[in-house]
Design a protein around this ligand. Sequence first.
Ligand code: GLN
Length: 573
Amino acid sequence: MAVTRSSKKRSDDTPLAASSKIGKKKRHKYIFVIGGVMSGVGKGIATSSIALILQSKGYKVNAVKIDPYLNIDAGTMNPTEHGEVFVLRSGLETDQDMGNYERFLNVSLNPADYMTSGMVYQSVLEKERNLGYGGKCVEAIPHVRDEIIHRIHLATDQNGSDISVIEIGGTVGDFQNALFIEAARVLKLENPEDVLFVMVSYLPVPGTLGEMKTRPTQNAVQQLNSYGVQASIIIARSSQVLDKRRKEKIAINSNVPADHIISAPDVDSIYDVPLNFEREKMGEMLLKLLKLPKKSSTELKDWARFVGRIKNAKKEVKIAIVGKYFDTGDFVLSDAYLSVIEAIKFSSTEVGAKAHITWVNAKDYEKNPKSVSELENYDGVIVPGGFGETGIEGKILAIQYVREKKIPYFGLCYGMQLMLIEYARNVLGLEGSHTTEINSNPTHPVIDVMPEQKDIIAHSNYGGSMRLGVYKAQIKKGTIAEKAYKQSVVEERHRHRYEVNPEYVSQFEKGGVVFSGVSPSGVLMEIAELPRSVHPFMLGTQFHPELQARPLDPHPLFTEFLSTVLKRSIKNF
Ligand code: GLN
């Protein structure tokens, strides 16, 4: 028996344990992944890998990310500080870990698979305003805790899954994730056989000692114990392999058997992690602990083949990503554009090449326009999504250069809008073309705000209010888009406020641009391209194809781009 899914079925302040005898049709299993010692050591990849391993054993699995911050969603956070905003099919703006879950599991996740403290409190407070608690005093325990549990159940239901793998953001001991750990503890109390905890810990190897230290991990396990929670498995992240002696030391101090302590040294590729876990028999261990029978197993064969192909890719291609980079280091950038990087990786692997990515600061081209000729050294150029004015003229210069020099170009969202501004200014002769995002009254507003967005901007209602999530596009016959997709209708994910101004569509078409993807109503331009007779690959999308690129299912537009890039690299045109 598990806790009830609907808080309506019981009085809101009855202890859950006493109230949960309402039967459930199907028994679900829950694995909570909690961080010990410090954050940023690969909890998201561990969660994704556990989920993938269980999926490969024949179970239906969903992964849930809990972000303890108070933002309602990730949409209002700066990606160069907090990482990419990953948009789900539904349009919910989430944390980049959701992208990893989707890529590993090769599924599209649902809105309930993501929760923040902000969302949880918002629901509780709305319910309170609507007298939903029937005059009771509304408190963190039980009301907020139960809302968390309710959301976990909802995620399981929305996905129809057998097992939910739930990552609790932050580190044990944080003030702000304590309520989530408390919710997990109560769920375990209610369902002792169906819930287990995995701690992803970190074992430092201080340079001065040159020796791996287990003490911080022992402390973290004990700290988790102080919440009434016992880890069943410890994933020991470190720069080195965990030896037998240290495994035993952690085991004796933390009540976790030594064979449930998994060594997880640094890896070259995150896609190695599930294979490494399976080498340590993680799948069998989890099934045993959850008392689940062995079903058929794919033994991660397709995954291993993909990982092998990454390693064996012999050819090399050079890609420049031109953006505004605030002088941050590459480390932060790779988080801000995670899905783009991964999409390139999957498609370059697909065409048998390894892609080397260089970050190019568009602002440099504004200071020194001639330096744009360095793009000649690349096999392909991408302008990714973005907002605002910084570096925009530098990006437009880069686009002009690659158009004229016939270097393959792929524009993602802003990258398509800027491609059309450049074309309008320099080919159509529409001087003063711009987007109204930057200039509210240009001579030629070729990119303009969507009518329904005007009110939103006027009232500064920025959160969750862009054109978000999946929309259909009809693909035109005989185009690069059609060659890539081999489909007449596609569904892609969006995140933008501005669009191609319908009043300029026919001028663009007369001037040589092909709108190869258009919304079913015919009003919104979704893909713009130049014919192959004019340019080998000059294509932009209003949507973000990178959000649906998967290791075992690379995105067709990225693959078409990469195969053109590869031809250039071997000087085939
Ligand atoms: N800033 C542009 C818009 O809002 C593009 C957004 C993006 O690249 N995601 O339409």
